[in-house]
Design a protein around this ligand. Sequence first.
Ligand SMILES: Cc1cc2nc3c(=O)[nH]c(=O)nc-3n(C[C@H](O)[C@H](O)[C@H](O)COP(=O)(O)OP(=O)(O)OC[C@H]3O[C@@H](n4cnc5c(N)ncnc54)[C@H](O)[C@@H]3O)c2cc1C
Length: 376
Amino acid sequence: MNLVVVGAGVIGLSCAWRAAAAGHAVTVLDPAPASGASWVAGGMLAPVTEAWPGEEHLLDLGVESVRRWPGFAADLTAAAGLPAGLRTEGTVVAATGAGDRAELDALAAYLTRLGRAVDRLSGRELRRLEPALGPDVRGGLSVPGDLAVDNRVLLAALRAAGERVGVRFVERAAETVLDDGTRVTGVRLDGDVVETDAVLVSAGAHSASLHPALDGLVRPVKGEILRLAHRTGAFPPPSRTVRALVDGRPVYAVPRDAGGLVVGATQAETGFDTDVTVGGVRDLLRDAERVLPGIAEYALVESAAGLRPGSLDNLPLIGGLGPEGLLAATGHGRNGMLLAPVTADAVVALLRGDAVPGQAKAADPGRFATARTSRR
Ligand SMILES: Cc1cc2nc3c(=O)[nH]c(=O)nc-3n(C[C@H](O)[C@H](O)[C@H](O)COP(=O)(O)OP(=O)(O)OC[C@H]3O[C@@H](n4cnc5c(N)ncnc54)[C@H](O)[C@@H]3O)c2cc1C
């Protein structure tokens, strides 16, 4: 089958590689591949520490995807001849004030009820695990099963794997996906139409404008993030991902190779704005330093903002959109890195005409059809 993938972020690249490996003729359209949210992301693969009561479908989907991550990374390294950037040291979650401890206790109780593995630790026990944690950390959790990935290493490997298996990359923007009412006919670019049997919309926060069926279903959610580098003589960075609540505000630090540390992330609904604000940088550094005091001596090497593709219920949209051959893989919000393997497997199953993995059924965009019909 001919497949056009619109958007080369982690989702489009993962689906393009897997679809081409399954025998489809794949073209990826993107004027600036790997430049969206996937380029700035922290890279936590953290279904458990992201869990939230009421989002059980998302937790199930995330747990399934993190289970697939080691195999996905091994396949990718073999296919690309490059590292995939996976880190398996696990995650600790730290609380500072009494209110933060109470919130983590509630999270631990909720996860235990769901049968997920978490260990509650005192501040001292946490510091034994991660000496970089400062004295303000009063307690928290250890979650060995939550992984992490270096997003930029991953994107390079995905692009290389795609190219090796015949994916064609065209650096142009899609204007709209065309259909004749029953099936997809092509994609319109400025002045051109690319004809195709199937289209996968994976343009991240920009997906909603590409077909009326996605209208109002995906919106940009801005996130600011910082990249730090350890300097000689400074306290060494943590080896695990550190997530923390500081007086109710969430902050995280994800280690990279060679002393890198990614500190994130703010969250704001301000349309397609990608300015990094003074207040955003100040808040992230203030809160991260409360948890990891040694970072005061690190170099601040980058500040960036990206647009998470937010959906209406925080679950992604993975599946058909009505016209035959029109698929979506978007709306992954704060979990696109985590959900890449399960999303790519679901898309390949859909292209084959098979059922998607069980946990991905809840992400079928058809769940919004009733709401849309009754809104009209
Ligand atoms: C600050 C921050 C931190 C994050 N941290 C994490 C994390 O720790 N773990 C995690 O799992 N997730 C994280 N996320 C979320 C994750 O980054 C996103 O869910 C994921 O990157 C979405 O991938 P995507 O491929 O859908 O979109 P994107 O990466 O945004 O890619 C979309 C692509 O589509 C292209 N495009 C747009 N319009 C068009 C068009 N008209 N035609 C063709 N191409 C087009 C763009 O150029 C872009 O390359 C974070 C996000 C942010 C912003």
